[in-house]
Ligand binder design. Structure first.
Ligand code: BES
Ligand code: ZN
Ligand code: ZN
Length: 500
């Protein structure tokens, strides 16, 4: 789907579906929707609003045939919800619902009003960005392995929307709208790359395949193989990988801006391409989804891909320890002691708490890059799913200002986070009788304890940990998130980086 802006008047536009909008409580539409209603001789108001069928709840949809009164074949009216609650996140949701309705109508050419254009505090560019993000994210489908491509349950053949045009009357706004569209397209496509990678079966998306994808992004990229990983002293990471026939790959991508960077930031993503639990084998139901245990790595690649095009004044390092966690005669065992890159020894209590072991070495590596801050993103703990469900990711830090600034900067990214505590009271859980620390506590405050193990490896570098175990996968279609792997983290981290 190609998104563009065109100058023109909504009622005069020829297309298969014309998207207009309405705030809750409005009975007499104005602006672009009003103009379309007028051209339709009031039918929009008579049929949809006065008959009280359409309450304009956020994302609600009503469709009106145009009976040849205007060149558009159908009008898709989308509800904007209450004006006082409306923001950029609403635009993304509204755009998502509208585009899904147009897909159902099998529209090839879609034109849309710019949602939010009537709100003084919102710029045309940011409204267009949110609209583009919502449309591209909602139109996503992972159907590579389906022989019959369909959007509906009744197996009707899938029809892809060819073009979506934002229609703007004022030619002074055209270039701002195009800028927003470009930015939104880059961010949404990067999210879709992360979704694709996480949705791929683990037997296809191996650590080697992941490293090839990283190399194809077109940034400076180093891929370290097993011998090099060993030379770097990453024995905690190697311990996890040793039960698999798939060789580990340590990936380091670098984006360097033109000129001096304002800041150097490392992004570290958990890249377990399949988590069977290792010798502490997971039950079948718990293992089913574990191809997604590289969602942190997928988000990291998505962010780097977007950043390459969006070009912020920051130096950004994407670091991914990739491997499988498998049971085998060579597997690491409960009771083993692994020595991480910084010399700390870790007693293995459970081989299924492997994410923290590979991240320990990757975080040491990130610190050695001399960065100003480190963000890690990982499907780290089942406990975060219990604590927060799938509405938001859990975040932790060793520097409160970092969480505060992150939360502020990602407000309109459409992704939510909630801070979990790091407390001295929990330190006891990581104490080992025979090593410096152990890899698992007693399951109380499991996400905090997982995060606190990571903290042992970042030294004084400001660090933010994002546990995405609950949000990496959506169980049902909702607004811009289709069922399946979500690509969570791409949008929030890109928003964070761009707002510097
Ligand atoms: N990859 C899992 C965490 C996870 C759980 C991700 C659910 C996505 C959804 C992690 O490696 C793991 O297995 N954690 C275990 C550790 C256990 C030994 C306490 C967990 O949290 O259940
Ligand atoms: Zn595990
Ligand atoms: Zn895992």
């Amino acid at each position: 789907m190609q998104i563009n802006v065109i100058q023109g008047s909504l009622p005069e536009i020829e297309c298969d579906a014309l998207i207009v909008n309405l705030f809750e409580g409005v009975t007499d539409p104005g602006g672009g929707t009003g103009a379309v209603n007028k051209a339709l001789e009031g039918l929009l108001k008579i049929e949809l609003i006065d008959k009280d069928e359409f309450k304009a709840k956020l994302g609600s949809i009503s469709i009106l045939p145009t009976y040849g009164k205007i060149p558009a074949r159908k009008v898709v009216l989308v509800g904007l919800g209450k004006k006082e609650d409306f923001d950029l996140n609403s635009i993304r949701k509204v755009s998502a619902e509208a585009i899904k309705a147009c897909k159902k109508l099998k529209a090839l050419k879609v034109c849309s009003i710019l949602h939010g254009a009537s709100i003084d505090t919102l710029s045309a560019s940011e409204c267009a960005q949110a609209l583009a993000e919502g449309a591209i994210l909602a139109a996503y489908k992972f159907d590579k392995y389906k022989s019959k491509k369909s959007d509906t349950d009744d197996d009707e053949p899938k029809v892809d929307i060819n073009e979506l045009n934002i229609v703007e009357f004022d030619h002074n706004k055209i270039s701002d709208i195009q800028t927003g569209i470009n930015k939104g397209t880059i961010i949404a496509q990067a999210t879709n790359l992360a979704r694709d990678l996480a949705n791929e079966p683990a037997s296809y998306l191996t650590p080697t395949k992941l490293s090839e994808v990283a190399e194809s992004i077109g940034l400076e990229c180093k891929v370290f193989d097993k011998d090099e990983i060993e030379k770097m002293g990453m024995n905690s990471y190697l311990g996890v990988s040793q039960g698999s026939v798939q060789p580990p790959k340590f990936i380091h991508l670098i984006y360097r801006p033109d000129g001096t960077p304002k800041k150097k930031i490392a992004l570290v993503g958990k890249g377990i391409t399949f988590d069977s639990g290792g010798l502490c084998l997971k039950p079948a139901t718990g293992m089913l989804d574990m191809k997604k245990d590289m969602s942190g790595a997928a988000a990291t690649l998505g962010v780097l891909k977007a950043i390459k095009d969006l070009k912020p004044d920051l130096e950004i390092h994407g670091i991914i320890p990739a491997c499988e966690n498998m049971p085998d005669g060579n597997s690491y065992k409960p009771g083993d002691i692994l020595k991480a890159k910084n010399g700390k020894t870790i007693e293995i209590i459970n081989t299924d708490a492997e994410g923290r072991l590979i991240l320990a070495d990757a975080l040491c590596y990130a610190v050695e890059q001399g960065v100003d801050e480190i963000i890690d993103i990982a499907t780290l703990t089942g406990a975060v799913v219990v604590a927060l469900g799938n509405a938001c990711a859990g975040i932790m830090t060793n520097k409160q200002e970092l969480v505060d600034s992150f939360v502020e900067k990602i407000k309109y990214s459409g992704e939510k986070v909630w801070q979990l505590p790091i407390m001295t009271e929990y330190e006891e859980q990581l104490k080992s009788d025979i090593a410096d620390i152990k890899n698992l506590g007693n399951r109380e405050a499991g996400s905090s304890v997982g995060g606190m193990l990571l903290k042992e490896f970042v030294g004084d570098t400001p660090w933010l940990h994002i546990d995405i175990a609950g949000v990496a996968w959506k169980s049902a279609d909702k607004y811009e998130n289709p069922k399946g792997c979500s690509g969570f983290g791409v949008r929030s981290i890109v928003y964070y980086l761009l707002n510097h």
